[in-house]
Write a protein of this length. Sequence first.
Length: 377
Amino acid sequence: MENYDAVVLGAGPGGYVSAIRLAQLGFRTLLVEKDELGGECTNYGCIPSKLLIDYSSKIFAIKELAKEEFVNGNVEPAILKLWNKKEKIIKRLREGISFLLQSNKVDYIKGEGHVLDVGKILITNHGSEKIVSTKNIVLAMGAKPLELRNLPFDGRRIISFKEALSLQSIPRRLMVVGAGAIGLELGTAYAKLGSEVIFVEILDQLLPNFDRDVSTILKRSLETWGVKIHLGTFVEEHAYVDNNTIMVKLSNGKEYNVDYVLVAVGKSPIDEVYNLEKLGIELTSKGFIKVDDRMRTSLDGVFAVGDITGPPFLAHKASAQGIVCAENIASHDLRFDEKFVPIGLFTDPEIAMIGISETEAEKKGLNVNVIKIPYMA
C-alpha cells in the first residue's frame, strides 16, 4: 500500500491550492479528482460565467451605440462561438494547474476518492481500485446545486447554472428562481443578450444577505431594462406546454411560458458527506462538514476546505482555507476568519461587500454609522 503524508480529495480552488502548499511545506502529497482539474470554478462556474458576463456587456454596449447610430448594422450575438472560446480558455487553465502540480511535485490521480477510515483512502476509476494510506486527509469535494422539490432539475428546461453556461441558443424568455449572486449574474448577462428575464425570489429583496439600499439600486437598474422581478414569491406549479416551452405559475397568481427555468437557490451537500458522518465526522445543521478556524474536522487528521464546509460558496474563500489547512497540517498556527472574506458580484452595477450587513449589525446590537458617497456627476 502506497503511503502519503497528505491526500487531498478534490482539485478545485480549495483542493489544488492546499495540495500545492502542502508539497511546498515538504509533505508527500496526492491530489485526487474525479472530474477535471480546477473543479467547479474553472470548468462550470467562475471562469465560464465571467466570460459570459464580459461578452454580454460588450454586446449590450454595442447595441446601445447602435441605437444612437454610432454603429451601423445589426448586432447579433454568436453564442456557440463564445462557448468554443470558453472551452479553449478552460483547457489552458487546466494545463496551467497541471503544470503547477508537476512543478511542485504533487502526485495526481484522476479518480473518485472515498475515505474508508482515518488514514485510508480508496480511489476508484472505471472499475480499477487503489488503496493508499496517509497521515492527513483534506476533504475538498465541493457541493452540488440545491434542488427544489417542486422544481427538480430535468436536464431539459429546468436547469442549474451548469446548463445555463452551455445553452445552444439565447433564450427568448428565461425565468430565474433565486435572486442570489449566481442567479443575478447569469440573469443580468442573458438580459443584456436580449432575453426577457423574470426573477422569482421567495424573500422580500434581491440579494437577501446584502444591505437593502444596495438591493434597491440593483432592482431599479434591472427594471430599466425591462426585467420583471417578483419578490416574496415562489413557484407554485409548472407543466410542459411542448418540448421547448414550460409553463410556470407563481404564488402571486402570475403565469409565464418560458424557454428555461434556471434554479439558483444555493447549494446542498454532496452525498459523500453522509458516508463521512458514519465515520464520525460532525456535520452542520445544513449537512455540510463542520470545521474550526484551522479547518480541522471532528476527526483527528481529517481537514475540510471549500464548498464542502458550507456557505459562502466562493472560490477565493476555498483557496484561503486551503492555505490555512496546509499551514496547520505543518503545525503552523494560522486561522481562517470568515468575517474578512470579500464578496463581489458582476451585476450591473457591480457590487462588493465585506463583513456583515447593516441589518445584521443592528440585530447584533451594534452601533451603525452609514456613509453614502454618490458617484453620479
